[in-house]
Write a protein that binds this ligand. Structure first.
Ligand code: GDP
Ligand code: MG
Length: 163
Protein backbone atom coordinates (compact mmCIF):
# COMPACT_ATOMS: atom_id res chain seq x y z
CA UNK A 1 0.00 0.00 0.00
CA UNK A 2 1.06 3.58 -0.65
CA UNK A 3 2.17 5.78 2.26
CA UNK A 4 -0.72 8.04 3.32
CA UNK A 5 -0.44 11.71 4.28
CA UNK A 6 -3.47 13.40 5.83
CA UNK A 7 -3.90 17.18 5.89
CA UNK A 8 -5.78 18.32 8.99
CA UNK A 9 -6.57 21.60 10.72
CA UNK A 10 -9.41 23.96 11.49
CA UNK A 11 -11.42 25.63 8.68
CA UNK A 12 -9.88 28.29 6.44
CA UNK A 13 -6.22 27.72 7.28
CA UNK A 14 -5.53 26.64 3.67
CA UNK A 15 -5.72 22.81 3.78
CA UNK A 16 -7.37 22.50 0.37
CA UNK A 17 -4.99 25.02 -1.19
CA UNK A 18 -2.06 22.97 0.13
CA UNK A 19 -3.67 19.72 -1.08
CA UNK A 20 -4.05 21.16 -4.60
CA UNK A 21 -0.45 22.39 -4.48
CA UNK A 22 0.84 18.94 -3.46
CA UNK A 23 -1.16 16.99 -6.04
CA UNK A 24 -0.49 19.61 -8.73
CA UNK A 25 -4.11 19.94 -9.78
CA UNK A 26 -7.19 21.77 -8.59
CA UNK A 27 -9.16 18.92 -7.10
CA UNK A 28 -10.17 20.27 -3.71
CA UNK A 29 -12.49 23.24 -3.53
CA UNK A 30 -10.87 26.32 -2.05
CA UNK A 31 -13.40 28.43 -0.22
CA UNK A 32 -12.96 32.13 0.42
CA UNK A 33 -15.56 31.88 3.13
CA UNK A 34 -16.04 28.83 5.29
CA UNK A 35 -18.78 26.69 3.81
CA UNK A 36 -20.02 23.27 2.95
CA UNK A 37 -17.42 21.08 1.31
CA UNK A 38 -17.00 17.38 0.84
CA UNK A 39 -15.79 15.56 3.91
CA UNK A 40 -12.66 14.00 2.51
CA UNK A 41 -10.84 14.05 -0.80
CA UNK A 42 -8.16 11.55 -1.79
CA UNK A 43 -5.51 11.79 -4.47
CA UNK A 44 -2.19 10.32 -5.46
CA UNK A 45 0.85 12.60 -5.56
CA UNK A 46 4.55 12.32 -6.27
CA UNK A 47 7.56 13.81 -4.54
CA UNK A 48 11.16 13.10 -5.55
CA UNK A 49 10.00 10.14 -7.60
CA UNK A 50 7.98 8.50 -4.84
CA UNK A 51 4.23 8.03 -5.08
CA UNK A 52 2.05 8.58 -2.03
CA UNK A 53 -1.58 9.14 -1.17
CA UNK A 54 -2.90 12.48 0.17
CA UNK A 55 -6.13 13.13 2.05
CA UNK A 56 -7.72 16.59 2.32
CA UNK A 57 -10.11 16.88 5.22
CA UNK A 58 -12.94 19.37 5.29
CA UNK A 59 -16.53 18.80 6.12
CA UNK A 60 -19.06 21.30 7.35
CA UNK A 61 -17.28 24.47 8.29
CA UNK A 62 -20.33 26.41 9.37
CA UNK A 63 -22.01 26.68 12.74
CA UNK A 64 -21.07 27.73 16.24
CA UNK A 65 -17.40 27.68 17.17
CA UNK A 66 -17.77 24.63 19.43
CA UNK A 67 -19.67 22.71 16.73
CA UNK A 68 -16.94 23.47 14.22
CA UNK A 69 -14.28 22.32 16.65
CA UNK A 70 -16.20 19.09 17.16
CA UNK A 71 -16.46 18.44 13.43
CA UNK A 72 -12.82 19.28 12.83
CA UNK A 73 -11.89 16.87 15.60
CA UNK A 74 -14.07 14.17 14.04
CA UNK A 75 -12.46 14.62 10.62
CA UNK A 76 -9.03 14.63 12.21
CA UNK A 77 -9.84 11.37 14.01
CA UNK A 78 -10.86 9.65 10.77
CA UNK A 79 -7.77 10.94 8.99
CA UNK A 80 -5.49 9.86 11.82
CA UNK A 81 -6.74 6.28 11.52
CA UNK A 82 -5.77 6.12 7.85
CA UNK A 83 -2.62 8.21 7.85
CA UNK A 84 1.03 7.31 8.24
CA UNK A 85 1.94 10.98 8.68
CA UNK A 86 -0.26 13.97 9.54
CA UNK A 87 0.33 17.45 8.17
CA UNK A 88 -1.20 19.81 10.73
CA UNK A 89 -1.97 23.12 8.99
CA UNK A 90 -2.22 26.36 11.00
CA UNK A 91 -2.56 30.00 9.94
CA UNK A 92 0.45 32.27 10.56
CA UNK A 93 -1.80 35.31 10.65
CA UNK A 94 -3.94 34.06 13.52
CA UNK A 95 -1.34 32.51 15.83
CA UNK A 96 -2.39 29.52 17.95
CA UNK A 97 -6.19 29.47 18.44
CA UNK A 98 -8.29 27.34 20.83
CA UNK A 99 -9.44 25.25 17.84
CA UNK A 100 -5.79 24.61 16.92
CA UNK A 101 -5.16 23.48 20.50
CA UNK A 102 -8.13 21.09 20.35
CA UNK A 103 -6.79 19.49 17.18
CA UNK A 104 -3.26 19.38 18.62
CA UNK A 105 -4.44 17.50 21.69
CA UNK A 106 -6.06 14.86 19.52
CA UNK A 107 -3.01 14.52 17.28
CA UNK A 108 -0.69 14.33 20.24
CA UNK A 109 -2.67 11.46 21.76
CA UNK A 110 -2.68 9.54 18.44
CA UNK A 111 1.05 8.99 18.63
CA UNK A 112 1.26 9.36 14.82
CA UNK A 113 4.03 11.53 13.35
CA UNK A 114 2.86 15.13 12.97
CA UNK A 115 4.48 17.81 10.83
CA UNK A 116 3.27 21.37 11.49
CA UNK A 117 2.78 23.57 8.41
CA UNK A 118 2.49 27.26 9.26
CA UNK A 119 0.61 28.49 6.21
CA UNK A 120 0.12 31.97 4.72
CA UNK A 121 3.73 32.97 5.22
CA UNK A 122 3.68 34.72 1.84
CA UNK A 123 6.91 36.68 2.34
CA UNK A 124 10.01 36.74 4.52
CA UNK A 125 8.66 39.48 6.78
CA UNK A 126 5.87 37.15 7.88
CA UNK A 127 8.22 34.30 8.83
CA UNK A 128 8.54 35.42 12.49
CA UNK A 129 4.88 34.53 12.98
CA UNK A 130 5.83 30.84 12.90
CA UNK A 131 7.55 30.86 16.31
CA UNK A 132 4.26 30.96 18.25
CA UNK A 133 3.47 27.49 16.90
CA UNK A 134 6.39 25.78 18.62
CA UNK A 135 4.22 25.75 21.73
CA UNK A 136 1.92 23.22 20.03
CA UNK A 137 4.64 20.75 21.03
CA UNK A 138 5.35 18.93 17.75
CA UNK A 139 8.95 20.08 17.37
CA UNK A 140 10.07 21.78 14.17
CA UNK A 141 7.49 23.91 12.36
CA UNK A 142 7.56 24.61 8.61
CA UNK A 143 6.60 28.04 7.23
CA UNK A 144 4.83 27.70 3.88
CA UNK A 145 2.74 29.65 1.43
CA UNK A 146 0.30 27.28 -0.23
CA UNK A 147 -0.70 30.19 -2.44
CA UNK A 148 2.83 30.66 -3.85
CA UNK A 149 4.20 27.17 -3.19
CA UNK A 150 7.14 28.37 -1.09
CA UNK A 151 8.32 26.04 1.67
CA UNK A 152 6.24 23.12 0.43
CA UNK A 153 9.31 21.16 -0.72
CA UNK A 154 10.94 21.39 2.71
CA UNK A 155 7.63 20.39 4.28
CA UNK A 156 7.38 17.29 2.07
CA UNK A 157 10.98 16.36 2.86
CA UNK A 158 10.06 16.48 6.56
CA UNK A 159 6.98 14.33 5.88
CA UNK A 160 8.99 11.77 3.91
CA UNK A 161 11.52 11.49 6.72
CA UNK A 162 8.76 9.62 8.61
CA UNK A 163 8.03 7.01 5.91
P1 GDP B 1 -9.36 25.14 4.19
O1 GDP B 1 -10.71 25.49 4.72
O2 GDP B 1 -8.40 24.88 5.32
O3 GDP B 1 -9.38 24.04 3.18
O4 GDP B 1 -8.78 26.46 3.47
P2 GDP B 1 -8.78 26.83 1.91
O5 GDP B 1 -7.71 26.08 1.19
O6 GDP B 1 -10.16 26.72 1.37
O7 GDP B 1 -8.28 28.36 1.98
C1 GDP B 1 -8.97 29.32 2.76
C2 GDP B 1 -8.58 30.72 2.27
O8 GDP B 1 -7.20 30.96 2.55
C3 GDP B 1 -8.74 30.92 0.77
O9 GDP B 1 -9.19 32.24 0.54
C4 GDP B 1 -7.33 30.72 0.24
O10 GDP B 1 -7.10 31.37 -0.98
C5 GDP B 1 -6.51 31.33 1.37
N1 GDP B 1 -5.13 30.79 1.42
C6 GDP B 1 -4.74 29.50 1.40
N2 GDP B 1 -3.40 29.39 1.45
C7 GDP B 1 -2.92 30.66 1.49
C8 GDP B 1 -1.58 31.22 1.55
O11 GDP B 1 -0.57 30.54 1.57
N3 GDP B 1 -1.52 32.58 1.62
C9 GDP B 1 -2.61 33.38 1.60
N4 GDP B 1 -2.42 34.71 1.67
N5 GDP B 1 -3.87 32.89 1.54
C10 GDP B 1 -4.02 31.55 1.48
MG1 MG C 1 -10.94 22.81 2.48
Amino acid sequence: ALPVVAIVGRPNVGKSTLFNRIVGERIAIVEDRPGVTRDRIYSKAEWRGRIFSVIDTGGLDIGAEDEIVQRVRHQAELAIEEADVIVFVVDARDGVTPADEAVAELLYRSGKPVVVAVNKVDNREQADAMYDFYRLGFGEVYPISSLHGTGVGDLLDAVFAHF
